[in-house]
Design a protein around this ligand. Structure first.
Ligand code: ADP
Ligand code: MG
Length: 326
């Protein structure tokens, strides 16, 4: 089963950012209000995620690292609704199979916490230890036991870029959670977590982007689009300032980027891209997010409606006039 874990790890753990994604998602699922991420050398040497969530019961810690062990599915109906979130209990065993993991965790019911160490999916150690309520994961030496894959890791700057982008998306998707990101002890992101999307935009894209953000609000029976577009006086040379969520999931979609940019019409200077944070809600049966668990691509049943609604919503926000809908 260690072999199975290593194979599955290839699906889940592509690079340091994949580990950060899984650990932070677990922290969010665990009802944390503060999540801190400490990275060393682009995550290749060390990834540490500390939360103040519900913690893991001492008797469940060992189990959490077993394949398909999840506390999140209680019946078959749950399985249907959770399947799109990805891995159903595969993240921790996959991460542990290709790195050295240490977890310190405590629930509010327990007096003492528990420390659990696992190296390369084997060599486990479990002992009780004092801890705050919540969970601290430390993941070191990624791919120490799969040198061929370690070779494919990119430079520190590139790997860190993936992590920073990911954390920005977490902030914008969860304005009620306070996130911090540190790289080699330097603070890169600190979000207030006061629940305001505009504040989260300020925390991720900067105060001037937030000050120049225009509200988008397009609600209809078929689609609900909420968020902000930044006035075209502030642009970027790439699409890194575009954050689009569907049903609260981070997505990448050429169609949605095009709809956003077409909404700006001729307002954009040549080769410049808009900044925007848009949250789209659709009936779940109209979209397919299960292309690949770690990919963020989506497919739509009715691309035309999504494209036109988004473009129209952006267009009317930029004109600062009410949207005319049929
Ligand atoms: P999944 O998230 O799909 O359930 P994981 O392998 O990511 O599977 O995690 C396994 C289990 O470990 C979770 O179901 C949860 O019970 C527990 N867990 C992991 N991280 C945390 C955390 N930060 N806080 C609370 N529980 C956690
Ligand atoms: Mg998980």
């Amino acid at each position: 089963s260690n072999v199975a874990n290593k194979i599955a790890a290839g699906e889940v753990v592509e690079r340091p950012a994949s580990i950060v994604k899984e650990l932070v998602e677990n922290s969010i699922d665990g009802q944390s209000s503060v999540i801190e991420v400490f990275i060393e050398n682009g995550g290749k040497d060390k990834i540490e995620v500390v939360d103040n969530g519900v913690g893991i019961k001492s008797e469940d810690v060992h189990l959490a690292f077993k394949r398909h062990a999840t506390s999140k599915i209680e019946n078959e109906k749950d399985l249907e609704s959770i399947i799109s979130l990805g891995f159903r209990g595969e993240a921790l065993p996959s991460i542990a199979a290709v790195s050295k993991v240490e977890v310190l965790t405590k629930t509010s019911d327990d007096e003492l916490g528990v420390r659990y160490k696992i190296d390369g999916g084997i060599d486990e150690h479990l002992n009780s230890a004092p801890a705050n309520k919540g969970t601290r994961f430390v993941v070191q030496d990624l791919f120490f036991n799969t040198p061929a894959r370690k070779k494919f890791l990119k430079t520190t700057a590139t790997e860190l870029g993936y992590i920073t982008d990911l954390m920005g998306r977490f902030v914008l998707c969860n304005p009620d959670i306070s996130f911090k990101l540190y790289h080699n002890n330097r603070r890169l992101i600190a979000s207030t977590g006061n629940g305001s999307l505009k504040q989260a935009i300020s925390d991720v894209l900067g105060t001037s982007a937030a000050e120049n953000a225009l509200k988008v609000d397009n609600q209809s029976s078929k689609i609900d689009i909420q968020g902000y577009v930044v006035k075209p006086s502030i642009t970027k040379s790439n699409r890194s300032g575009q954050f689009i969520f569907i049903n609260n999931r981070i997505v990448r979609s050429k169609l949605l980027s095009k709809a956003l940019e077409d909404g700006y019409k001729t307002l954009l200077p040549q080769n410049r891209y808009p900044l925007a944070v848009l949250k789209i809600n659709l009936p779940p049966e109209g979209i397919d997010v299960n292309v690949h668990p770690s990919k963020q691509e989506v497919k739509f049943d009715n691309e035309r409606i999504v494209y036109q609604s988004l473009k129209a919503a952006v267009d009317s926000s930029l004109l600062e006039k009410p949207l005319v809908t049929e």
